[in-house]
Write a protein that binds this ligand. Structure first.
Ligand code: C2E
Ligand code: MG
Ligand code: MG
Ligand code: MG
Length: 287
């Protein structure tokens, strides 16, 4: 009867909540042992200049291959790690590992993602400086990727942190730009090197006028402020050519290369350019 059905619905709902919590706990538990078990690794995706596809840097991306359940996406486990101090353990591992690998490349930078909690961690700047010194790395070869969320909550403090990092030579990229809630007025307060246009806008560029308009606006904003602009998630030659014409300075995406393991990244770094057969030269009328 209706009453029983009602209870049934409630029970199913409760169980799926329980299921969710169990899954989170399982992920937390697994993650806390992932480093010791050697389940973490990094892959590296080249970032290229728009003209000759010169490899200027690589973004380090975290991978977690679990013994029991196979690979789990960072889009799933990073937000869970971000809710506790686990993110710091992971982040420390990512930084140390990427600084080690960087030494194998002739001159490119490594671009490392930092979540808002990492960015707000006590003594963030001091720890970074200590890490690069310990690894014997020039900070100019290290790019810090942060999102709008990390800096616009406490804009004055964030501006101060970024200024210090910039002073020490670190590069700063604003990741997933366009998806957060930055105020264009505030953006000039931050010491940045580049804006990374979120993949969703590149993806929509050929289909929706709105996405194309946003991409163009970000490129213009970046140029006006003297910043580099990196398009994320470039998958087709059509996107590449549209971005070139729009004046986008750098690109990253499957069209050039998927994220690759350390050994392959080294080969790409040493080759210095990514050869893309059949791609035409830059159109002459580039702004
Ligand atoms: P993100 O920083 O915006 O990284 C770009 C994502 O787009 C990566 O996903 C990359 O593999 C993917 N991607 C690159 N080119 C293409 C393309 O052409 N097509 C498509 N469909 N995708 C492309 P991934 O590796 O799954 O990482 C997801 C997110 O997880 C990252 O987004 C970043 O926010 C976070 N993340 C990854 N590694 C770390 C890390 O070491 N620390 C922190 N705090 N976050 C990380
Ligand atoms: Mg990123
Ligand atoms: Mg991004
Ligand atoms: Mg993104």
């Amino acid at each position: 009867d209706a009453k029983r059905d009602g209870r049934g619905v409630v029970r199913v709902f409760d169980e799926s909540m329980d299921e969710n919590i169990r899954l989170r706990r399982a992920i937390e538990g697994g993650l806390s042992q992932a480093i010791a078990k050697g389940e973490l690794s990094l892959v590296y995706q080249p970032i290229v200049g728009r003209e000759a596809f010169e490899v200027v840097g690589f973004e380090a991306l975290l991978r977690w291959n679990t013994e029991d359940h196979g690979p789990i996406s960072p889009a799933v486990f990073i937000p869970i790690a971000e809710e506790s101090n686990l993110i710091h353990e992971l982040g420390d591992w990512v930084l140390a590992e990427s600084l080690k690998v960087l030494a194998e490349w002739p001159g490119q930078y490594v671009s490392v993602n930092f979540s808002p909690r990492q960015f707000r961690r006590h003594n963030f700047v001091g720890r970074l400086v200590e890490s690069v010194q310990h690894a014997g790395i020039d900070p100019r070869r290290v790019q810090i990727e942060i999102t709008e969320t990390a800096i616009f909550d406490d804009a004055d403090r964030a501006a101060d942190t970024l200024y210090k990092l910039r002073q020490m030579g670190f590069r700063i990229a604003l990741d997933d730009f366009g998806t957060g809630y930055s105020s264009l007025y505030n953006i000039r307060k931050f010491a940045l090197d580049c804006l990374k246009i979120d993949r969703s806008f590149i993806d929509g560029m050929g289909r929706e006028r709105e996405s194309a308009a946003i991409v163009h606006s970000i490129i213009h904003l970046g140029r006006a402020l003297g910043l580099g602009v990196v398009a994320e998630g470039v998958e087709t030659e059509t996107q590449l050519q549209a971005l070139r014409v729009a004046g986008c300075s750098h690109m990253q995406g499957y069209f050039f290369s998927r994220p690759v393991a350390q050994e392959r990244a080294k080969e790409i770094a040493e080759a210095r350019f990514i050869a893309v057969p059949g791609v035409l030269d830059v159109p002459a009328d580039i702004p």
